[in-house]
Design a protein around this ligand. Structure first.
Ligand code: 9MR
Length: 367
C-alpha cells in the first residue's frame, strides 16, 4: 500500500460514478462536475493499484524534464515504444544496433522502473532481412540468433517480453500470414521464438500479445485458442498481453467477457497498450454525438476494463500499461501515428492531470 500524496482528497476524487450509461446526459453532467484534484494534488497513477502501472517511453523523451518527472511520479514500469523492435535493432546483413535499446533499458533501471520488452517477433518487421527468398536453414538460424541475442542481452533485466506480437489475423479468422509463418510454420515460428527467449532469459515472463481482443470477440477467441494450442505444444508462454486499444463503441459486457475467458487459462494478463480514442477511425459513418456523450461512453468502457482487470485473481494481474503517459505523448496525436492533435485517449491530459477515465480506473481499483 502506498501513502497518499499530501493534499489528496480521495473522497472528492472518487465522488464520480464508476460506470456511466453510454448515452446518459445526466451521467455526463455529473461526471463533468466531478471534483478532480488538479495538478500536483492529483494522486500519482501508480498509487491507484498494488500491481504495476506502466507507460511507454521513447529516447526522444528522455531529455524532457517534464516527461521524466511525470514518469517518475506516475508509473512503476516502462515499455520502450519502438527501440526494442526489430525495426531499430536489426540492421542490413543481420547486424544488430543496440544503441537505442540499451539507452532505454539503462534509463528505465536508473529510474528504478521495471522494464518491459516489446517486441521480439512481429509480422510487420524485419522484412528486409527475413525474406521468402532466404534459404530456410539460414532463415531459421538467423531467427533463433535474433531472438536469443536480443533477449539474452537483457537477461535478468526485463520483467517480461512480448515474444510474438499480433500473430492472429486482422479479422480474427485464423492466424496471420507472414514470412515467419511461411518459412518456419504457422505455429512453429511462435513456439520456436518462445523457446529461444526462454533459454536466453529464463526469468522474464514471456507474452503472446495482440490487439482487438476485446473489440472483436471472434479475434479474442481465436487468440485464446491459439495460446492453448501453443501451450500444448510446450511453448513457454508465461502471460497473455491484450493491447487494449479500445473501441469505445463496443457493447457493454464485451470487455468483461473477454477477460473472463482469458482468466480461465490461468496465466498472468498484461493490459499492454491501453488507449481509448474519442475519435473514430476513417471509414465509419460520421459521429454526430456530443463530446460529452462520447466521453461518457469512453469512461464507461475504460471503467469496465479496469473492473475486469480487478476481477482477475491477484496473481493474474501482471501490469496495467497505457500506450503513452499523457494525451500529448500518444501515437494517436503524433503526425507519423494517427495525426489527431486533439485526441484524448489516455488517463492523463497533456499537462499530466487526470482525464475523466482516470476516475473510472481509480474507482475500479478501489482507491
Ligand atoms: O506507437 C508505436 C509507434 O511509435 C511506432 O512507430 C509503431 C511502429 O513501430 O508502433 C507503434 O506501436 C504499436 C505497437 O508496437 C503494437 N501495437 C500497436 C501500436 C500502435 O500502432
Amino acid at each position: 500500500m502506498r501513502a497518499d500524496p499530501p493534499g489528496l482528497n480521495r473522497r472528492a476524487l472518487l465522488a464520480a460514478p464508476l460506470i456511466l450509461a453510454p448515452s446518459s446526459l445526466a451521467a455526463c453532467e455529473r461526471f463533468a462536475s466531478a471534483e478532480v484534484a488538479p495538478g500536483p494534488d492529483a494522486p500519482p497513477l501508480k498509487s491507484l493499484a498494488d500491481f504495476p502501472i506502466g507507460a511507454t517511453g521513447m529516447t526522444g523523451q528522455l531529455d524532457d524534464p517534464v516527461w521524466v518527472a511525470a514518469m517518475r511520479r506516475d508509473v512503476d514500469q516502462i515499455t520502450p515504444e519502438w527501440e526494442l523492435k526489430p525495426e531499430r535493432i536489426l540492421q542490413p546483413g543481420f547486424a544488430y544496433d543496440f544503441s537505442a535499446s540499451d539507452r532505454m533499458v539503462d534509463w528505465g533501471h536508473e529510474q528504478g522502473l521495471r522494464v518491459f520488452g516489446h517486441t521480439l517477433v512481429w509480422y510487420s518487421q524485419g522484412l528486409d532481412q527475413f525474406t521468402d527468398a532466404l534459404p530456410t536453414a539460414r532463415f531459421a538460424a538467423e531467427f533463433d540468433r535474433y531472438v536469443s541475442t536480443v533477449a539474452g542481452r537483457y537477461r535478468g533485466r526485463m520483467v517480461g517480453w512480448d515474444v510474438v506480437n499480433e500473430a492472429v489475423a486482422e479479422d480474427g479468422d485464423g492466424l496471420r500470414d507472414c514470412v515467419y509463418a511461411r518459412k518456419l510454420g504457422p505455429e512453429a515460428y511462435i513456439v520456436r521464438a518462445f523457446e529461444q527467449a526462454r533459454a536466453a532469459d529464463p526469468d522474464a515472463v514471456l507474452f503472446l500479445n495482440d490487439y482487438n481482443l476485446e473489440n472483436n470477440p471472434r479475434k479474442g477467441a481465436t487468440f485464446l485458442r491459439l495460446v492453448e494450442r501453443l501451450l500444448a505444444q510446450g511453448a513457454p508462454i508465461g502471460g497473455i498481453g491484450t493491447q487494449s486499444h479500445l473501441d469505445i463503441e463496443i457493447p457493454a459486457g464485451q470487455i468483461r467477457d473477454f477477460f473472463r475467458d482469458a482468466a480461465s487459462l490461468g496465466l498472468p494478463i498484461h493490459v499492454s497498450e491501453l488507449d481509448f480514442p474519442m475519435q473514430r477511425d476513417g471509414g465509419r459513418a460520421p459521429d454526430l454525438r456530443s463530446t460529452a456523450d462520447r466521453r461518457a461512453q469512453q469512461v464507461a468502457r475504460v471503467g469496465e476494463l479496469a473492473e475486469a482487470f480487478m476481477a482477475l485473481p491477484a496473481r493474474q494481474r501482471f501490469a496495467f500499461t497505457t500506450w503513452g503517459l499523457r494525451d500529448s505523448d500518444s501515437w494517436l496525436v503524433r503526425e507519423e501515428g494517427k495525426n489527431r492533435p486533439n485526441e484524448s485517449a489516455l488517463l492523463l491530459d497533456g499537462e499530466g492531470r487526470p482525464n475523466p477515465a482516470f476516475q473510472a480506473v481509480a474507482g475500479a481499483f478501489g482507491r
